[in-house]
Design a protein around this ligand. Structure first.
Ligand code: PLP
Length: 371
């Protein structure tokens, strides 16, 4: 389905077959018995949680995890009944409204624990323990008392405990966090919780430390083909945001005396041929740093400094026959060339999951494959 002609020409192309293939790869790594939560935060990392959920479910995901109730609603609105874990995302006064959504909720501190217990309604919960991140979750000295308290909480059905490990590039840091996690599991056992799901494997942990798979995993970025090196080690995950595209709006040769701050224009005034495209920081392209290239007519075109809200100017002096309507590729394939997400990260200087989601969430998304 192409972009409707009434729309401004800036869009993302989402490849649901790539998503299905990535899900199957992870399923084959973890085996059939580990519970596979697919992380769909930030509207599935910019890929669209509603659109992605059915494809992931059919490809072998057991459950989903989100950080915003809105993403859970997107999954439910797509007709998916699989369990959804809500990471810490709401305040205690929201407990009743959140319980109405029928999610597995995260208990990460005493205030949340009491708020959900006081509802006197049956709620499934996952307990978040903080093993070194310093973000959400109970810290080690709280663990024995917390699991004892949860044992008394008649309305809370504790199904598991999870943590988010940090500094995965540092094996010793991981070892220390895992040692703490084992203490949390012991505290749960001591309070009488024998069969809790144990989950600590985000994408990096899953790929870098397969022994930490335990009984459940919650990868995100690997699903969407947004892993950065050095984690891949021979594996490939296909990009689900296959391309970010726009079109040329105007082509012209700049008059020699124009006030354009560009080294090529200054050095050779009257020769710089530019193309203006319908893509700017409204579309998630960061205003800084300067630089970067895009593809036009299968060739690299340099971005001229000074990106604007909805427009960006290219140097197309060396690319013949550029005309309005020509497709422009910011990420993806054109002709024989490709701009990968990793290259775009080099150009625009931000983490891949941030850059790709910014752009994809700012423009219409066109889907192919899947279900
Ligand atoms: C985002 C997130 C994950 C998944 O992380 P990736 O690096 O994208 O795989 C796992 N657990 C928690 C708590 C998260 O917030």
């Amino acid at each position: 389905m192409p972009l409707p002609l009434s729309k401004r020409p800036a869009w993302a192309e989402i490849d649901l077959d790539a998503l299905a293939s990535n899900v199957r790869k992870i399923r084959s790594l973890i085996g059939p018995d580990v519970r596979f939560y697919a992380v769909c935060k930030n509207n599935a990392y910019g890929c669209g949680a509603g659109e992605c959920a059915a494809t992931m479910r059919n490809a072998g995901v057991d459950a989903f995890a989100v950080s915003d109730p809105e993403d859970a609603e997107r999954i439910r609105d797509a007709g998916i009944n699989a369990p959804i874990l809500l990471y810490g995302a709401t305040t205690p006064d929201q407990a009743e409204a959140i319980a109405d959504l029928g999610l597995i909720v995260t208990i990460h501190d005493r205030h949340g624990l009491e708020a959900f217990e006081q509802l006197q309604r049956s709620v499934q919960v996952h307990v978040e323990v903080d093993c070194g991140y310093g973000r959400l979750g109970f810290v080690p000295e709280e663990w024995p008392a917390v699991f004892e308290r949860l044992k008394q909480a008649r309305h809370l059905e504790v199904i598991g405990l999870y943590t988010h490990l940090v500094r995965a590039e540092d094996r010793l840091a991981i070892d220390r966090q895992v040692r703490r996690l084992k203490q949390a599991i012991s505290a749960a056992h001591a309070a009488g919780f024998q069969d809790l799901e144990t989950m600590a494997a985000s994408s990096r942990v899953l790929l870098g430390y397969p022994e930490l798979t335990w009984t459940a995993v919650n990868p995100g970025r690997a699903l969407y083909g947004m892993m950065e090196q050095p984690w891949l080690d021979g594996l490939t995950f296909d990009p689900v945001i296959r391309s970010i595209k726009s079109r040329v709006l105007q082509v012209k040769t700049l008059p020699a005396d124009f006030e354009v701050d560009d080294a090529r224009h200054t050095a050779d005034p009257g020769r710089l041929k530019t193309a203006v495209i319908a893509f700017g920081f409204k579309d998630g392209l960061p205003a800084q740093p300067d630089g970067g290239t895009v593809l036009v007519r299968g060739q690299r075109a340099r971005i001229i400094a000074g990106r604007a809200t909805e427009h960006t100017i290219l140097d197309v002096t060396d690319i013949p026959d550029v005309v309005p309507g020509d497709e422009v590729v910011l990420v993806g394939v054109q002709g024989g060339d490709r701009i990968t997400a990793a290259q775009a990260v080099q150009f625009y200087g931000m983490p891949m999951i941030e850059l790709m989601a910014r752009m994809s969430l700012s423009v219409p998304r066109i889907y192919s494959g899947g279900a």
